[in-house]
Ligand binder design. Structure first.
Ligand SMILES: [Fe+2]
Ligand SMILES: [Fe+2]
Length: 157
């Protein structure tokens, strides 16, 4: 499995959850809680494998992406703290939908930058073999991902 394809598949999975959240009715509190839990799990695992495997490998293969990688880590930091807040937030709380809305804005912006602004350069610099090697490593790393968003490295930096 190509590493960038794997990351883009994750992005699609999260976007589907976002759409479901947006379509859920004003009073669908239980459903929205469930979707938020799935988003927390997906994004914690996704940021974990990016930070542990993909980002360092990208910097090494394509040093010009350094600033993009550093900005991405700052964006992860914000997202991970929002995820940790959402974890303990009652879906009946008036701030719940607002927090999800801002989270979705942040993640959509972040994904757009990854996919449009710098993943293509990483693909060029790495080539097919390296990308599939990373894909395998990331599949394996998913199983070791923590459940706590604040256990992802950028949350504490
Ligand atoms: Fe990311
Ligand atoms: Fe990503």
């Amino acid at each position: 499995m190509d590493g960038i394809v794997l990351l883009k598949e994750d992005h699609k999975t999260v976007e589907k959850l976002f759409k479901r959240f947006e379509k859920a009715g004003e009073s669908a509190h239980a459903e929205k809680r469930k979707i938020a839990d799935a988003v927390i799990e997906e994004l914690t695992t996704h940021t974990w494998i990016e930070e542990k495997i993909f980002y360092p490998a990208a910097r090494e293969a394509a040093p010009d992406t350094k600033d993009h990688v550093l900005e991405s880590i700052e964006e992860h930091h914000v997202v991970l703290w929002m995820l940790s807040e959402l974890k303990g937030l009652d879906p009946f709380d008036e701030r719940f939908d607002a927090k999800m809305a801002v989270l979705m804005e942040n993640v959509r912006h972040h994904v757009e930058e990854e996919e449009k602004e710098w993943f293509p350069d990483v693909r060029k610099a790495m080539g097919r073999n390296r990308l599939s090697e990373l894909g395998e490593q990331m599949v394996a790393a998913k199983k070791k991902s923590p459940a706590d968003p604040l256990a992802v490295p950028s949350a504490q930096q």
